[in-house]
Each structure stands twice: as structure tokens, then as C-alpha cells.
Design a protein around this ligand. Structure first.
Ligand code: ADP
Length: 595
């Protein structure tokens, strides 16, 4: 391909010299060139006529023709004759395909580079040995200034006087600049200031740019203040998570453990590797964990809802239960999807124990209060009734002259006093049972029964009753003597009190069997029995089921309380008119040495 072709049009517009010329170079490929007259050109080819005519009028024109993948640059210039008049037009056609393409690529790559330069996140700028020469848009954003504020300035205008290590910024900057100019690329951390003086942390890299005729420094400054801030915050958060005594669990959207803190391992005994991939529920819940609370937590997790202050019993690796209060917060991504859950759990076992103790104390107090109320009522009734009858009897006795009559009245007075005495004795028993500490002593049941019967020997019916005692005690038995005495006294006195003298004979059977674990007592009589509608109430305070009762109605209540104190059980079977049987089981509280 010929790169340059010349041609000539004469003053009439006829092509006269055209060696090697092709129509395509001029943009008229369908017209024969030989003897071509511009006046014959028609249609789209008329532009050539215009160019030549302009030449003949003394004007130079230029034209670019693209044809068959080539680019031609054509000039049409007037040619003067010797007399100075225009005698024709000379054309030169250059094939500029290669050079034009090179130019285009160059400007394209320059454009791309410029784009990159400006779109970059980091500040990129060039400096001569002292000042800023050019910069990208990120530079203006990072230093918060306009281009004219920065070009021509020194880099230490954008640095504090001193770097955090105490060195003068100017001195340190010059050292880096000199080093890079000497051919050693530099990369370092630097404290910069924005245009308004706000400091920020940066990572800087400097390179030497060898350009034709000049040497520049190219600098890239990355603002790492945000990254540093996040890192600082993360390390502070990690410190909190690692040192808090609260358990911290990070779980995936399905609630499976991803991370746990050291407090979690300390409390539960599970290492991260053991806990990973499991749900806290499957790992930590056990028989005493409230299934409703557990289900509610699971439901919230499934729905991606956080919760707070839910309390549940968890179990550690060795199976020991402990109370926790749990707060769970979901973490969302930009689209509102849960990416993870953060759970913070605190061990509230101590608080729960205190709460429990308070509750029990509260219940005790409520009970004591209720007892006191009933007691006041009953005291006014049961103590004042015998006193009233006593006073009455005394008045009657004053008027009585007859000795037998007086004796009868005295007997009646005695009964009233005995009734009061029993009542007071019951109150004392009740008080002893509830106030006296439990002292565990060795108990000989045979002796305890004899002691009780001896106290009851003055009861009128006692003589008429046939009493059978069967104690099989080969094993030492330990419990509270005071409580056993209270129980036996009351149960035996009831059997005598409510015995039916029409039976022959009225019987009282006392059986005790003792083994290593417990004593089993059976106290059975063939007395009057208890009406079935009273059976549920006989252990209530001040409840009397029998018209023949002259007691306080406290006896069985005290028995039940005493049995509870020594952790035993009591059951009653009775048939009205036939008899009554009490069955007791009292644990053998062997001292530790004999265990
Ligand atoms: P009380 O002072 O009336 O004896 P208790 O609390 O000892 O009070 O007994 C409550 C009631 O239970 C008695 O009033 C009596 O009706 C009935 N009861 C207790 N023990 C017997 C028994 N062995 N046989 C028949 N009834 C009994």
C-alpha cells in the first residue's frame, strides 16, 4: 500500500497528474480517474468538486476518508503560476491508518487511566520534589479540599506538625521523598490532616515516576482511620466478650452455635469445638428446664425475633443445673435478613436461690399468720369456755350445802381445769414442735411408747383398754425425740379418748418395725372411727370430728406438723363405728458416721 500519493487538478478542474492514485483514496470509487473533470461529478461525489473549486479560489482544504479499513488524510492546496495567479490545485493523500490507530489507542488508554485515577478509592497524586502537581478526585475527598487548595502545596501542609512518634512531619516527609527520589519506593503509616486540620491515619506508598524531561513522585494515600476505628472497636468488643462473666454465644440464623466466649466454657464446661454447630437448647437443656420457655425461645429464633430476660434452667457438662437469664438479639444484613444471633446469658442461680428462700419464708410467714389468727380465735373460745363454766360452777357450789353435791361440782370443776390443761399442753407441744431445732438422737421406740402410755395412765378409759405393743427394733434409729414423743402422745391419747367401750375388749395395737431406712408405725384401735366426710379435715388446726371430743382439735394438726419436721409421712384409714388405723413412716436419720 502506497503511503503518500500526489495528484494535480488544472485550472479547469481536470485531473492531470495522478500516478498511483485510486478513486477510493479520494472517496469516489465508481468514477474513472483518467481525464476526470470535477464538473462531471454528481451526487455524493460532488464534495470533491467543492474541495477543488475552493483550492482554485486560493483556499487549502483537508479531508479524511475512511475506506476499506484504511484512513487517508488528503489536503487540497492552490498552486500559483509564475505570474502569481492560481493555476491549479495540488492534492496530497496520506495513508495514516497505522498512526491514527496508535493515537486512538493511546488516547483510549489515557482515558481509561484517567477514569481509574479518578474513580480510585485511594488518594493518588503526583509531586515534584517539593509540592503537589496533580491529584485525583479521591484526594480531594480525603483531604476535603479543592484542587487549587492542594496543587502547589507541600505534603506537610497536610500533616500535623509532629507525627505520633514525636518526629517533625516535615523532616520525616523530606526523608521519605529523598529516599524515593533516590530510587527506593516507600511504604509507611502516616498521620495526615484534612484541609481543616482534622487528623486521620493513613497508609502511604511513594514511587518514583521517570517521565520524559522530569522526575515526579507518585503517591497513594489510603485513609485507614475508619478501618483503624473498626479494628479498635473490635478489639475493645473482643476484650469485653472475653472478660465478662456473662456467657456470650454467637449463633447462625438457624440458631446453631458459631462462637462462645470463655465465660461460656467456664460455666458450661463445653469448649467452643464441642459446642459449635449445636443449638444451645440441645446442648444445655435438661429435665428441669421449663419446656414452655424453651419452646418460646425456639419459636422466636425461627421467626428471627430477639428476646430478653427469659429465665430457664440449663445444665453444665457434668449435669449440674443452674439458672440463666437470657437475652438474644438478631443481627440483620442490609436486606433485612438475619445473619446471626447474639445471646448474652447470665448465671442467676444465686438470685434464684435467694428468691426461692424468700418465697419459702413468705409462705412460712403466711402460714404462721393464719395459725395465729385461728389461735386467737380458738384461745378466746377454748380457754374462756372452761373458765366461764368454772366460774359458774364455783357460784353454784357456794349455794350448795350438801357434801355430795359439792363433791359433784368439784369433779365438774376439775374436768374443766383438765380440759384447759390439755389445751395448754397442746399449745405448748405445738410451739415446741415449730420452734425447737431438730436434734437427731438415738431413739428406743419401746421406751418412747412406755413414756407416752405412762403420761396417759390417768385417762379414765385407760384401764379398760387392752393394749398390744410389738416393737421390732434390731437396728439403731435416729430422729428427733421431742417430735416422736409429741406424735406418740397425741395418737395414743386419741385412740384411748375415742375408744368404744362397748367393744369387748376395746383394743389398741401399737406396732413398730425398724429397718436401716425407716421406722414404720401402725397405731390401730377398734374405737368409734371417723365419719368419712370428716376424713379430709381431721389434720386441720382446731378441727374436731367427734361430738365426744373435749379436746382442742389441735392434736392431729400437731402430729402432722411434727411428722413433716422429721420428713415422715402419715396416713389414716378409718371406718366409722369400726375403728381407726394410723400408718406412719419416719426416715432413719443415721448420723453420717454410720452411713
Ligand atoms: P381433738 O382434740 O378433738 O382430739 P385431734 O386433732 O386430735 O383433736 O383430732 C381431730 C378429730 O379426729 C377428733 O376430734 C376426732 O373426731 C378424730 N379422731 C382422732 N383420732 C381418732 C381415733 N383414734 N378414733 C376416732 N376418731 C379420732
Amino acid at each position: 500500500m502506497v503511503s503518500t500519493v500526489s495528484f494535480l487538478f488544472d485550472e479547469k478542474g481536470t485531473l492531470t497528474l495522478s500516478s498511483g492514485l485510486e478513486g477510493t483514496r479520494l472517496g469516489i470509487d465508481n468514477v474513472p480517474l483518467l481525464g476526470l473533470s470535477i464538473h462531471k461529478l454528481e451526487g455524493k461525489d460532488r464534495f470533491l468538486r467543492d474541495l477543488v473549486l475552493r483550492g482554485l479560489q486560493g483556499e487549502t482544504s483537508m479531508q479524511e476518508i475512511r475506506a476499506n479499513g484504511r484512513i487517508y488524510f488528503n489536503t487540497y492546496s492552490p498552486v500559483a503560476n509564475l505570474d502569481g495567479a492560481i493555476g491549479g490545485v495540488i492534492g496530497v493523500s496520506l495513508d495514516v491508518t497505522e498512526s491514527r490507530q496508535a493515537e486512538e489507542t493511546r488516547s483510549k488508554s489515557e482515558f481509561r487511566w484517567q477514569m481509574l485515577f479518578n474513580a480510585a478509592h485511594d488518594a493518588i497524586f503526583t509531586m515534584d520534589n517539593r509540592t503537589f502537581v496533580d491529584c485525583n478526585e479521591a484526594t480531594l475527598r480525603i483531604f476535603q479540599c479543592k484542587k487549587e487548595d492542594i496543587v502547589g502545596q507541600t505534603p506537610y501542609r497536610f500533616s500535623p506538625l509532629y507525627q505520633p512518634d514525636g518526629r517533625s512531619s516535615e523532616e520525616a516527609a523530606m526523608e521519605k521523598i529523598n529516599a524515593v527520589l533516590a530510587g527506593q519506593p516507600q511504604s509507611f503509616e502516616w498521620q495526615h490532616i484534612r484541609y481543616d486540620g482534622t487528623p486521620f491515619e493513613a497508609e502511604v506508598s511513594l514511587n518514583r515516576l521517570d517521565l520524559p524531561g522530569e522526575i515526579l513522585i507518585q503517591a497513594i494515600v489510603r485513609d485507614v482511620s475508619e478501618r483503624k476505628r473498626v479494628m479498635d472497636e473490635n478489639s475493645r468488643l473482643a476484650l469485653v466478650a472475653n472478660t465478662t462473666t456473662n456467657m456470650v454465644v454467637v449463633a447462625d440464623p438457624q440458631g446453631r452455635i458459631v462462637w462462645v466466649n470463655p465465660a461460656f466454657t467456664r460455666t458450661t464446661g463445653y469448649l467452643l469445638e464441642e459446642a459449635k454447630g449445636k443449638t444451645p437448647g440441645s446442648l444445655l437443656r435438661g429435665p428441669a428446664s421449663n419446656p414452655i420457655v424453651s419452646a418460646q425461645m425456639g419459636e422466636n429464633i425461627r421467626k428471627g425475633i430477639g428476646f430478653k430476660d427469659l429465665e430457664i434452667i440449663n445444665y453444665n457438662k457434668t449435669g449440674k443445673p443452674y439458672w440463666v437469664s437470657i437475652e438474644v438479639q438478631p443481627i440483620y444484613d442490609g436486606n433485612g435478613q438475619v445473619t446471626q444471633f447474639i445471646a448474652i446469658e447470665s448465671d442467676i442461680s444465686d438470685r434464684k436461690a435467694t428468691q426461692q428462700a424468700l418465697m419459702e419464708r413468705h409462705e412460712d410467714l403466711m402460714k404462721i399468720n393464719a395459725e395465729l389468727d385461728r389461735f386467737v380465735y380458738s384461745a378466746s373460745h377454748d380457754l374462756r369456755a372452761p373458765i366461764a363454766s368454772l366460774l359458774g360452777l364455783i357460784e353454784v357450789a357456794r349455794l350448795e350445802k350438801d357434801r355430795t353435791g359439792i363433791n359433784q361440782l368439784l369433779d365438774m370443776q376439775k374436768k374443766s381445769l383438765e380440759r384447759m390443761d390439755r389445751f395448754i399442753q397442746d399449745i405448748v407441744d405445738f410451739s415446741r414442735n415449730s420452734r425447737l431445732p431438730i436434734e437427731i438422737e438415738s431413739i428406743d421406740f419401746r421406751q418412747a411408747i412406755d413414756r407416752a402410755l405412762e403420761q396417759l395412765q390417768f385417762m379414765e378409759k385407760m384401764k379398760m383398754i387392752s393394749i398390744g405393743i410389738d416393737v421390732s427394733q434390731s437396728q439403731s434409729f435416729y430422729s428427733s425425740t421431742t417430735r416422736i414423743d409429741i406424735i406418740l402422745n397425741n395418737l395414743l391419747s386419741n385412740s384411748i379418748k375415742y375408744s368404744d367401750l362397748r367393744k369387748s375388749p376395746p383394743r389398741l395395737d401399737i406396732q413398730v418395725t425398724i429397718d436401716r431406712d425407716k421406722a414404720r408405725l401402725r397405731i390401730a384401735d377398734n374405737g368409734e372411727g371417723i365419719p368419712s366426710d370428716s376424713m379430709g379435715k381431721i389434720f386441720n388446726m382446731f378441727y374436731r370430728a367427734s361430738r365426744s371430743s373435749s379436746g382442742s382439735g389441735l392434736g392431729l394438726y400437731i402430729v402432722k406438723e411434727a411428722v413433716e419436721k422429721i420428713k415422715g409421712t402419715i396416713h389414716v384409714h378409718s371406718e366409722f363405728g369400726t375403728g381407726t388405723e394410723f400408718i406412719l413412716e419416719i426416715p432413719n436419720q443415721l448420723p453420717p458416721s454410720t452411713n
